[in-house]
Design a protein around this ligand. Structure first.
Ligand SMILES: C[S@@+](CC[C@H](N)C(=O)[O-])C[C@H]1O[C@@H](n2cnc3c(N)ncnc32)[C@H](O)[C@@H]1O
Length: 290
């Protein structure tokens, strides 16, 4: 079984990038009345305590969401770009008082924004995370709006595409513990685009020194371009990958059929993410579209 537990990483710089893009994308999609189908292929536990044992072990949130929150509430702070402001506001909504102790994972972020008519399908394979996710989701009393499925997310999404309402957002956020995940992501997207060409598809990936990771953005661009679809690719590097400080140095988000507003929102927010979460002079970002 997998050993990756997202609780160790909740609220880190990669979550800030992933979740701020996810929120901006979903906010755009729900501006239209028609019901939306949202698919989260790798859901995790749904909700995390930043003062719990897992998160304290790595303290990654301190270099991510907590840094952002501290910078935003400094007396002389300039207002954050709207993409980050919306993200922080949503995270704060899960907390009482100024301290951020609870961090929403993608399932809770998504459910928080959805309307009653929208549907959310959450896929999670790991028994521990599945139990936590099912327990957390049960507290939402969301009824039939949210389904927790112990299934392979890459495979499971197929039967929900195309959705009855012909509107969908898919988040694909694997742990990439298995080398095969790097190939399964573009394969799944290629199939999804055949089933439902107008869906919005968002993929997170780690930027690490292994050939499959390096190759993934190129493969994603190829899948999108062959299907004749627009794409947006953002990456955030917070430190040198070769330095002495442990932990992930960089990650990327790739969105197919992105909202037309996302490019400008990211162009404004990415330099601010670098300023606030950068850990050394290698901190940087990229933003490209096709
Ligand atoms: C990066 S975490 C997800 C974090 C979550 N998307 C968030 O943003 O809060 C990846 C999760 O996928 C689960 N997982 C791994 N392989 C899977 C698969 N094939 N299908 C569904 N879940 C899987 C892992 O157990 C882990 O909880």
């Amino acid at each position: 079984m997998f050993s990756y537990r997202h609780a160790f990483h909740a609220g880190n710089h990669a979550d800030v990038l992933k979740h701020s893009v996810l929120i901006a994308t979903l906010q755009h999609l729900i501006a239209k009345d028609t019901a939306l189908m949202v698919l989260d292929t790798h859901a995790g536990a749904g909700l995390y305590r930043l003062d719990g044992d897992y998160a304290r072990t790595s303290a990654e949130a301190e270099e991510g969401v907590l840094k952002l929150a501290a910078a935003a509430s400094a007396p002389s702070a300039a207002p954050l770009p709207s993409l980050l402001q919306n993200y922080l506001e949503l995270v704060r909504g899960f907390n009482q008082g100024v301290q951020i102790r609870v961090y929403p994972g993608s399932p809770f972020i998504l459910q928080h924004l959805l309307r009653e008519r929208d549907k959310l399908k959450l896929f999670e394979l790991h028994p521990t995370d599945l139990r936590a996710l099912a327990g957390n989701v049960a507290q939402l009393n969301a009824g039939r709006q949210v389904a927790v499925l112990q299934e392979d997310g890459f495979e499971g999404v197929r039967r929900f595409l195309p959705p009855p309402s012909r509107r969908a957002l898919l988040l694909c956020d694997p742990s990439y513990e298995l080398k095969s995940d790097y190939a399964r992501v573009p394969d799944m997207l290629q199939d999804a685009l055949k089933r439902f060409a107008t869906g919005t598809y968002a993929v997170w990936y780690p930027i690490i020194p292994r050939p499959e990771a390096h190759d993934l953005p190129r493969r994603l661009k190829s899948v999108a371009s062959k299907a004749g679809k627009n794409w947006l690719h953002a990456s955030l590097t917070v430190k040198s990958g070769a330095g002495e400080r442990p932990g992930l140095a960089a990650s990327g988000m790739f969105v197919i059929n992105p909202p037309h507003t996302l490019h400008a929102a990211l162009r404004e927010a990415l330099p601010c993410m670098v300023d606030l979460m950068g850990q050394d002079r290698n901190a940087t970002h990229t933003l490209e579209a096709g």
